[in-house]
Design a protein around this ligand. Structure first.
Ligand code: GLY
Length: 371
């Protein structure tokens, strides 16, 4: 395999070898890497949806190196996340991101049965958010009873995992219905997806499709497109039905048509041409989905597009030096909220960059895979 991917992987792991010690000293779940320290999510407690990515980084590093320090740091963060699960009140549909990459990974790599129980509890929480009108409710709040978002395509994997673990098809049925709704209500004819659908929670009728984290209503927020691309690919792997594969292909073809010449990814594929607003998390996540899609379709173009994205990230936006605690730069949280982070390191970008490099080196811990 290409030497640059091996070098990129080695340097990324080296950075997180130091990072694991720093995070343990700080006693937080890192969210952003600044020059000298990690910052936790500024939004409330450890219940913020990104909490699983730090232990996910640790487990990916552990899987490559088998160094105990990585597992120990993953388990330290997992404990903080499990406290949130038991507190329950602040839970949301992103329990998939949070607990598959923490508890699920702990069970997968070390066979820990308590971690398995916690991941099953998280799956039950996610299934409990299902509205029989056909969607999984995304967020809390009295005015959010009908909200569903495209990001949930990634969370569905926790449900597939729970069915595999327990033999109970209910989890998978919920995932299937939500994926069907996403194809019907989120995906447009050109393959792009909207971020948010607001449903009438009593009838399932779509009331509105606001811009969410994208540029404007009707535009295409690139990270949402990446969630859909990877999420439908995972649905296709789990459900083995052509319609999910076709949905993944449509997402991928649209994404690939919009990759910038330098391999980086605009924050929204419909943003004004004179706007310099990049979100490299989208590119890293899409690369993971494209590598898997290439495997299941046998199509080299998907793999080539993933390499183009990763080469752009490696050569232009990866900081392997000691000048920053994170690797991937130019990550942007949302199109219209610079206060949440614009063109900075955000660690879930690092997670997907690391996962993609591991895939290319044949050392992916396969944390989204249900077997
Ligand atoms: N899942 C929320 C985001 O991608 O920012």
């Amino acid at each position: 395999m290409d030497t640059w991917t091996k070098q990129a992987l080695d340097k990324t792991i080296a950075k997180f070898r130091k990072g694991a010690q720093a995070a343990a000293r700080q006693g937080i779940i890192p969210y952003i890497g600044t020059k000298r320290e990690y910052l936790p999510s500024p939004w409330g407690s450890n219940s913020w949806w990104t909490g699983g990515f730090w232990p996910g980084i640790m487990w990916q590093c552990y899987n490559v190196t088998k160094e105990d320090a990585f597992a120990e740091e993953a388990i330290r963060a997992e404990k903080l996340l499990v406290d949130e699960l038991y507190r329950f009140e602040e839970m949301h549909h992103d329990v998939g991101f949070m607990y598959l990459l923490s508890c699920g990974a702990h069970h997968k790599l070390l066979g820990d049965m308590k971690a398995r129980t916690c991941a099953l509890l998280a799956a039950s929480t996610l299934a409990g958010r299902f509205n029989p009108e056909g969607f999984i409710r995304a967020w809390e709040g009295e005015d959010k009873t009908g909200y569903a978002i495209v990001d949930c395509m990634m969370n569905l994997t926790l449900l597939h995992w729970a069915t595999k673990q327990t033999g109970d098809p209910r989890f998978e049925k919920v995932a299937r219905i939500h994926a069907d709704t996403t194809i019907r209500e989120f995906q447009r004819e050109d393959g792009s997806c909207c971020h948010i659908c607001i449903f009438d929670p009593n009838t399932g009728k779509v009331l509105e499709r606001p811009a969410g984290q994208g540029y404007k209503e009707g535009s295409s927020w690139s990270r949402g497109q990446a969630w859909a691309l990877y999420g439908f690919t995972l649905s296709a792997m789990n459900l083995k039905e052509e319609k999910y594969l076709q949905a993944a292909r449509r997402c991928a073809d649209y994404f690939i048509a919009h990759i910038r010449p330098d391999g980086l990814t605009d924050c929204d594929f419909c943003q004004p041409e004179d706007e310099e607003r990049i979100d490299n998390i989208a590119g890293a996540c899409a690369a993971c989905g494209l590598i898997e899609l290439a495997k299941i379709t046998g199509e080299e173009t998907y793999h080539a597009a993933a390499l183009k994205l990763l080469w752009g990230l490696h050569t232009l936006c990866a900081d392997y030096s000691d000048d920053c605690m994170g690797v991937l730069q130019k990550c942007t949280a949302a199109y219209h909220n610079d206060g949440a982070g614009r063109h900075i390191n955000i660690l879930y970008g690092d997670y997907f960059y690391l996962e993609a490099l591991c895939k290319l080196q044949g050392t992916d811990a396969r944390l989204w895979m249900t077997e």
